[in-house]
Design a protein around this ligand. Sequence first.
Ligand code: PLP
Length: 374
Amino acid sequence: MQFRDLKLQYQILKEDIDKQVLQVMNDCNFINGQQVKEFEKDLADFVGVKYCIGCANGTDALSLCLMAYDIKQGDAVFVPDFTFFSTGEVVSSIGATPIFVDVSKETYNMSTKSLQKAIQEVKKEGVLSPKAIIPVDLFGLPYDVEKINKIAKDNNLLVIEDGAQGFGGEFKGKKACSFGDIATTSFFPAKPLGCYGDGGAIFTNDEKIKDLINSYKVHGKGTFKYDNVRIGINSRLDTMQAAVLKVKFKAFKEYELTDINIVANKYIEKLNGYVTTPMIEKNYLSSWAQFTIQLKSKEQREFVQQELKKLDIPTMIYYPKPMHNQQAFSELKIYQENKNTISLCDTVLALPIHPYLKDVDIDYVVDNLINLIK
Ligand SMILES: *Cc1c(COP(=O)(O)O)cnc(C)c1O
């Protein structure tokens, strides 16, 4: 069994993908080809924002947002303690300071209570200037949009939505990547909408910010390519990847998003009462980047993971370590104890999930899992 079956997906979409990729090779428009512009436009329409800007990956997408809003040394940026490393890394790499906020045990997303406490702590200390929050749409579920956006507004903070895992998710009928002042996503192969290598995008309604990002992503270009007015980076979405994404996006919209929700709901129904399953609150739709359960203890998780492996059921641990415990962040001051994050890192386990997962496979996972727990 595959954890996320990209091979099967390719077999199903092969004819279209091959045609589109060969077209790029025939045209030799490898850089900034028409496919990139078309895909950006399709994505902006789908998400419901004015501008989508493709870039090289989801990490660059976040960095470009921080650059465009001039976040720098001395600034505090609030990020979840329970997320992929990039979310905090980008803050440190531009010289600002990430402040790690605890998450909710039910949704895995940033806790509003912990966020408020962290903001107060930083303000009280008076050393760093609070500038932005990066809420993550973890495992496909949009963050606590209304509450976090309100806290941001009350404290005059920018919201950068890290939608690397959230693309396709919804809150109150609106799409993920439209909830922050600006948002990002990633097209890493295993993300909800993945390409065949690296890719990413930024979403915004702000024309000035869009122009700034378009400069930063092309070596800080001014009026033309060889006029450089600021220090930027080189970050492009390849035409080849855009060609793959165009085909995959069609399948994603037409049935993959629906089908993966069917799979997730079957898991939730069948596992109910045996393990803690993800909670999707009213008004939310997840795009299920992961299906993450919680076990009773680290020991039980280790046992379950090992036994499932013997049965050819692959599982993953996202994430085994809180951000604040990463060696790379060891110099940073710890503002609060993030109990939920610490406990989740010991008990979470992600099960195989993808839109093409068959009923027999779901049953095989569920039956064996329940057996092991008993
Ligand atoms: C994958 C991921 C990123 C980074 O995306 P890349 O395309 O791998 O650079 C950032 N944030 C989160 C939450 C992610 O899951």
